[in-house]
Design a protein around this ligand. Structure first.
Ligand code: BEZ
Ligand code: FE
Length: 289
């Protein structure tokens, strides 16, 4: 097409898809929708050249800060609710399995392997509240899943994850625990507190541009792995935390909220919380299949 206009540009680009090379139906589907939505967005907001150049500069700066320790694009996707949306699309829970939510940027491989009931706390804080966390991991039919590995991590009472705080010991508030023959797990932790997501770079610029805030409600991250089941990437939220209704990354789900209650005399912690997980069998159909 040699006479491109504002009215035919979208169809012209869509018609070019696959013209000069074999592409799969999925590539065609993705590229067609991308072009149509992107063009629609530019027209909807009457995007100006200055705004377009500003966006290109913004993306270049976001890319420049990425390293093996920092993934700015995931953070930007979180602020726009995209990571959690993709998780919900990719990991349906058709049989009442526990829902997933965002992984976030603070996960570390190789957390210490701990025995049942052990504490993940290596450093104490004046304002801390200790909590005994326990529950069962089961399949959709209620059968125990022994040998499932829970990888857990959380922020300290100062709102910082260990790898962003030089004053915390390596792997503080992180651990890996295995379920016993009955599917039971237990560990001791600290009540997680609300904290701001990293906002020192382009993520902060986007949050300001949106007129939103940076805070997340208190939560403990968990990834559960067991052969024969899909890995579950999720979070346990403190039911009395601030920001449950206005999480900066839109990752809260009602069913992931736990009640942190007084522990009573039988335990050596201030609080206790019970949370059971139901894993999705590996052969469960994916949404895109
Ligand atoms: C987190 O919960 O660790 C997190 C999730 C998304 C963005 C930033 C932090
Ligand atoms: Fe977190």
């Amino acid at each position: 097409m040699r006479n491109i206009t504002i009215d035919n540009i979208t169809d012209a680009v869509v018609a070019a898809i696959g013209q000069n090379g074999d592409i799969t139906p999925r590539q065609r589907e993705i590229m067609t929708a991308l072009v149509r939505h992107l063009h629609g967005f530019c027209k909807d907001v009457n995007l100006t050249t200055d705004e377009f150049m500003g966006a290109c500069d913004f993306l270049a700066r976001a890319g420049a800060v990425c390293s093996d320790k920092r993934q700015e694009f995931i953070l930007l996707a979180d602020i726009l609710g995209v990571e959690v949306l993709v998780d919900m699309i990719s990991n349906p829970t058709p049989n009442g399995e526990t829902t997933g939510t965002v992984l976030g940027p603070f996960f570390r491989e190789n957390a210490p392997v701990l025995p049942q009931g052990a504490s993940i706390v290596q450093k104490h804080f004046d304002n801390e509240e200790s909590v005994f966390v326990e529950g069962y991991v089961r399949d959709k039919d209620g059968n125990a899943i022994p040998g499932a590995v829970l990888d857990v991590w959380e922020d300290a009472p100062n709102g910082l994850y260990e790898n962003h705080d030089p004053d915390q010991p390596d792997y503080n508030l992180r651990g890996r625990l295995e379920t016993d023959d009955t599917g039971y797990y237990a560990y001791r932790a600290l009540r997680p507190v609300p904290y701001p997501i990293p906002s020192d770079w382009t993520a902060g610029e986007m949050i300001s541009f949106m007129g939103h805030h940076t805070m997340r409600p208190g939560h403990i991250h968990v990834v559960i792995n067991k052969d024969g089941f899909r890995p579950l990437i999720s979070q346990l939220y403190d039911g009395s935390s601030d920001y449950l209704d206005n999480d900066s990354v839109f990752a809260v789900k009602e069913e992931l909220i736990g009640e942190f209650q007084p522990a009573g005399d039988a335990l050596d912690t201030d609080l206790k919380v019970r949370f059971d997980f139901v894993l999705t069998a590996a052969d469960t159909a994916m949404a895109a299949e």
